[in-house]
Structure formats: structure tokens, C-alpha cells
Design a binder for this molecule. Structure first.
Ligand SMILES: [Mg+2]
Length: 261
């Protein structure tokens, strides 16, 4: 695994800047620092400025585990090419099957709420097309893991102090990225993320024209590149912005991609 900000990675970034490359970012722990309460997660003012500048020079998208509306609200006035929510399953227009997924998730939520009622440190969040069970403390973690294991037909993926129940067969972040690449006719993508569900993207690097960058170096990641810490995402955005400054933009994608709003 190589440091994407190291001098020896610069030729790769230059190459990406010269191609029709889509820049895709995760939100929590990538663009926004991880905070104690998920409700408080926000883009630092410096990141807003950088992201706005980068989005003017690079086609940019966010793929997050949050619901799409939640992420859009947190991006403020930064205009992106696409915002995909629910770990890849929530796009605009809605994907075929989304209504059925929503019903299944509602059933899971009722079951978890009944099973975990009164357990301290557990917070069940219904994101429409997936569930997030936020846990604080070892006891809460154990009880939540047990309850989640009992959910019928759920794919359970870990995260930072959270476990997600997603629909097996619904698009994950990797499929969402592939969809965005095809939709816009892009040659390549650079994806930056920090979570277990981001590994669904990194693992596809051999079949996709993808440069995967994990936030926080770890041996278990399938990403080819890393950033040491979340604060370095701003540095990467700044470098990417610089690389496209004064450079004629690569020729336009074949089809015109959809706007996020
Ligand atoms: Mg994340």
C-alpha cells in the first residue's frame, strides 16, 4: 500500500488529472471528521472551500452510508455530479426494487426496536434502504450483534461504532461507483473512503479502472493507496485542484451526467 501524497505517487495523480477521471468520496471519516454524535458531522469550512474548487475542476461525487437526503443537506451549497446514499443503494432516480427494499428495512427496524428496547447505548437508525445500529459500550455492542444476527435476509457490515444491516443484492458502494462511471462515460475513478463498506469499492480495483485510497493505513484494506489521517483528505483535494489548474480539461464524457439536484 502506497502513500497517495508521497512524491512517487505524483505521476499517477498527474495521469488522473489528464484523463476523464471521476473523483468519488465517502462522507463520514473522509470528508467530515468522525464526531461523537452522528447528527453533528459536518464539513470543516476549509473542506467546503476546497471541495467547491475541486468540484469546479473535476467531476465529483459522494457515496455515503447515510441516507441521500442527509448527505445532500450536509454538503450545503457544494454542487456535485452525484450523491448516492445508503451504501450505494439510494440513487436518483430510485433504483428498481427500492420500494421493496424499503419495506423490508421497515420490518427489520420494528424487530430490532422490540428486541433492543431498554438496552442502553443502542440507537437504531432507519435510513430507508438500510438500517444503522449505533452502539456505545461493550454490552450494547454484544446485544446489537445478537439482534442483528437474527435478522432474516440481512447483510450485516461493521463500521465505526455502528453496524449496518443492508439488503443483500442491492447495489453496494462498488456497484454504485461502476454505475457512475458508466453513466458519465468516465475513463477512470479515484475513490477515497475509510469504512468497511468502502472495501466493497477497493476490492473491485482489479476489474475497474480505479485508484482506491483508504483513510488511515491498515493492512486489512484492499486499497492500493492510503492517506494517513482524515485531515489529509483536504491535502489531497488541494493537490488535485492544483493539478487541474491551468490545465485544459480533458474532453467531455460521451453522455451528459445527471446533476445531483
Ligand atoms: Mg466513512
Amino acid at each position: 500500500m502506497k502513500d497517495i501524497l508521497a512524491r512517487r505517487s505524483r505521476p499517477l495523480l498527474r495521469e488522473l488529472a489528464a484523463q476523464r477521471t471521476l473523483l468519488v468520496l465517502d462522507f463520514d471519516g473522509t470528508l467530515a471528521p468522525i464526531v461523537e454524535s452522528r447528527h453533528r458531522a459536518r464539513l470543516p469550512a476549509g473542506t467546503v472551500r476546497l471541495l467547491r474548487a475541486v468540484a469546479g475542476a473535476w467531476p465529483c461525487a459522494v457515496i455515503s452510508g447515510r441516507s441521500r437526503a442527509d448527505v445532500v443537506a450536509r454538503l450545503g451549497d457544494v454542487r456535485l455530479l452525484a450523491v448516492v446514499g445508503n451504501h450505494g443503494a439510494e440513487d436518483r432516480p430510485p433504483l428498481p426494487g427500492a420500494a421493496g427494499w424499503r419495506r423490508r428495512v421497515r420490518g427489520w427496524r420494528r424487530r430490532l426496536e422490540a428486541e433492543l428496547a431498554g438496552v442502553r447505548g443502542v440507537d437504531v437508525e432507519d435510513k430507508g434502504l438500510s438500517l444503522a445500529v449505533h452502539v456505545r459500550g461493550a454490552a450494547a455492542q454484544r446485544r446489537a450483534a445478537l439482534a442483528l444476527a437474527g435478522l432474516e435476509g440481512a447483510r450485516v457490515v461493521g463500521g465505526k461504532r455502528v453496524r449496518n444491516a443492508t439488503i443483500p443484492g442491492a447495489p453496494d458502494k462498488g456497484e454504485a461507483l461502476l454505475r457512475l462511471l458508466r453513466r458519465g462515460g468516465f475513463e477512470r475513478a479515484i475513490f477515497v473512503g475509510d469504512d468497511d463498506t468502502d472495501e466493497d469499492v477497493f476490492r473491485r480495483a482489479p476489474e475497474l479502472p480505479l485508484v482506491g485510497v483508504v483513510v488511515g493505513r491498515r493492512r486489512s484494506s484492499a486499497a492500493g493507496y492510503y492517506l494517513r489521517r482524515q485531515g489529509d483528505v483536504a491535502r489531497l483535494l488541494s493537490v488535485l485542484g492544483e493539478l487541474r489548474r491551468g490545465v485544459p480539461p480533458p474532453r467531455q464524457p460521451r453522455r451528459s451526467p445527471q446533476r445531483s439536484r
